[in-house]
Write a protein that binds this ligand. Structure first.
Ligand code: TXA
Ligand code: MG
Length: 336
């Protein structure tokens, strides 16, 4: 199969609509990362997504809809969730609700909940309006690989396997949406992202953060899997241990390897003469740059050396979660 990358236009949207209606899979832009979409009502189309990604069959997908779509047709919405929808949608927030069972059971992997997202990027909205059906979509990367933030990243993972990538330019947010469980009395974050715990609590007064305990079945199955791994060797050092990172770099270079250091801007500035991947100075910059630099790192480096950013809380909760997982540092992660 030939995989085409097309800019969003009337013609490419018409083609996307036809492909989705025929049960095909189409990749599309969102403001967080690119998605790999299929008609959420079509069992065979949804199964195709799992097969293409090599995704474990117990890791549910998000249903994406346009801003005018009536979400209450798909799920039960608790009162506090309306306030959150009003505050944050369209945007990088995915909400998990009790499902009304209107989409394929394969979307939620048999769970009685359904996660729904209304992405804000004009390209995503144009695609979702054109098809006007709920689109089941995970991030458009092979399972466990780094999420894609450009059409080229999607092409690198799926060339020859999908017919169309709708190119909306780089994804500006850079990390996946916040996943928020809205099935309980108050909301609980299952995956940190750009809509932070602080922002949610400011709207509804209370917001929990789910932490998986050893031996427990995870509430958000995706969080249990090893993820975001670059295809090269990695090493990781604490924020206050730059000298060890320098030694590690020197050793790799001395053996003829190509080490690269990935760190926040202030640390990169101290490492003149080293090959560096500069994450940026602010949490938003670090989020926007992370996946692009992980993919650049795996292309260029034999050893990618990460140095932990100093800041915590807010958007950094999401950035640190992805960074630590990419470097194999997260304790609540196991191989799928
Ligand atoms: O920004 C994003 O969320 C991107 C774009 C394409 O929308 N999508 C994305 O999808 O990151 P994916 O499949 O890579 O991650 C979805 C996460 C997984 O951790 C999954 O376990 C969780 O959301 N999830 C989905 N449905 C769920 C449900 N019903 N209950 C609990 N967790 C759910
Ligand atoms: Mg993903």
């Amino acid at each position: 199969m030939k995989t085409r990358i097309l800019p969003v236009s009337e013609a490419s949207l018409a083609e996307a609509k036809e492909l989705i209606a025929a049960g095909e899979v189409v990749a599309f832009h969102t403001e967080t990362v690119y998605g790999l979409g299929a008609d959420a009502r079509n069992d065979a189309a949804v199964k195709k997504i799992f097969a293409l990604k090599g995704r474990p069959a117990d890791n549910p997908l998000i249903a994406h809809v346009h801003a005018g779509y009536d979400i209450s047709a798909l799920v039960e919405i608790p009162p506090y969730a309306y306030a959150l929808q009003k505050a944050f949608l369209p945007g990088p927030l995915t909400m998990v609700y009790p499902s009304k069972g209107k989409v394929s059971p394969y979307v939620s992997c048999g769970l009685c909940t359904l996660s729904v997202r209304v992405p804000s990027s004009p390209a995503a909205q144009a695609f979702l309006r054109a098809v006007d059906v709920p689109i089941a979509a995970p991030s458009a990367n092979r399972s466990k690989h780094v999420s894609p933030v450009t059409a080229q990243h999607v092409f690198d993972d799926f060339a020859g396997d999908i017919p169309l990538i709708l190119d909306g330019g780089p994804s500006s947010g850079g990390i996946e949406s916040t996943v928020l469980d809205c099935t309980g009395e108050y909301p609980q974050i299952l995956r940190a992202g750009l809509v932070t715990r602080e922002m949610i609590a400011a709207v509804v007064g209370q917001c929990g953060v789910y932490r998986m305990h050893a031996g427990e079945k995870p509430k958000s199955p995706g969080m249990a899997y090893k993820h975001y791994a670059p295809g090269c060797r990695t090493a990781f050092f604490a924020a206050d241990d730059v000298s060890s990172a320098r030694r590690c770099y020197g050793k790799e270079a001395g053996q003829g390897g190509a080490p690269y250091i990935m760190a926040e801007h202030a640390v990169c500035a101290l490492l003149d003469g080293y090959e560096r991947l500069d994450l940026g100075a602010t949490p938003a910059e670090m989020a926007a740059n992370l996946y692009k630099l992980l993919r650049e790192g795996e292309r260029k480096a034999t050893l990618l050396i990460g140095i932990e950013p100093r800041e915590k809380g807010g958007v950094m909760d999401g950035v640190r979660n992805r960074l630590l997982r990419a470097f194999g540092q997260s304790e609540d992660t196991h191989e799928a």
